[in-house]
Design a protein around this ligand. Sequence first.
Ligand code: ZN
Length: 259
Amino acid sequence: MKKIKSGPDVDLEILANMTPGMVGADLANLVNEAALLAVRRNKKEVSMSEFSEAVERIVAGLEKKNRLINPMERKTVAYHEMGHALVALSLPGTDPVHKISIIPRGISALGYTMQVPTEDRFLMRKTELLNKIASLLGGRAAEEIIFGDISTGAHSDLSRATDIAKSMIREYGMSAKLGQVYLSPEKRPQFMDLGMREGGDYSEATAEMIDQEIREIISSEYTRALDILKSKKDILEKGAQLLLEKEKIDGEEIKALMA
Ligand code: ZN
């Protein structure tokens, strides 16, 4: 930071909160990116807006403002992103929502909801993991409520939610049915046919139970997301409309909406 001239609105505390898990080289890259943006914008000093844009670039990829999206898709994305944000904001212990955007970024993201942890975390409680899954499913839940139909937009949400559920059951012993056991997820080569299924050192019956438990977690968290959004449908509507109007809304605007 010493090498650049930063504006009076730059709050290092906030910037630190926006960059959990970044190492020194990432931060150097961030400062560099922000400085380049300031130059491009003919600014004499680097202000918070450049830093915040630089964080988004690093986290979500470049803005693709000229990518053509038809109005129906845009609307779907707005409700989808608002769904994520609203579920996250309604559950205790989830990371605060910093920004929601429906400007396409990177290779495939049509929109995104940026949640910023208030601190680096090394341990997660079971309830936090379940809340995380519910927030991830909030996008699709909003689509179902508003359009009575679902889209392919939830593809990476489903993959992340399923990964968390899998880890909860196989690695963290968080399933009451399966108990406090570690069920190794690694694929192992089969040298001999020992009658064991490929993929883990447990029986076929256990494998079936694991599958059932994963589905059970996902479906009950999806129901929870649906319930939250149904009870706050007016905020969902208002937020999505605001997003369609402004393309992105920040943490303060989201708070005002919730209030
Ligand atoms: Zn999503």
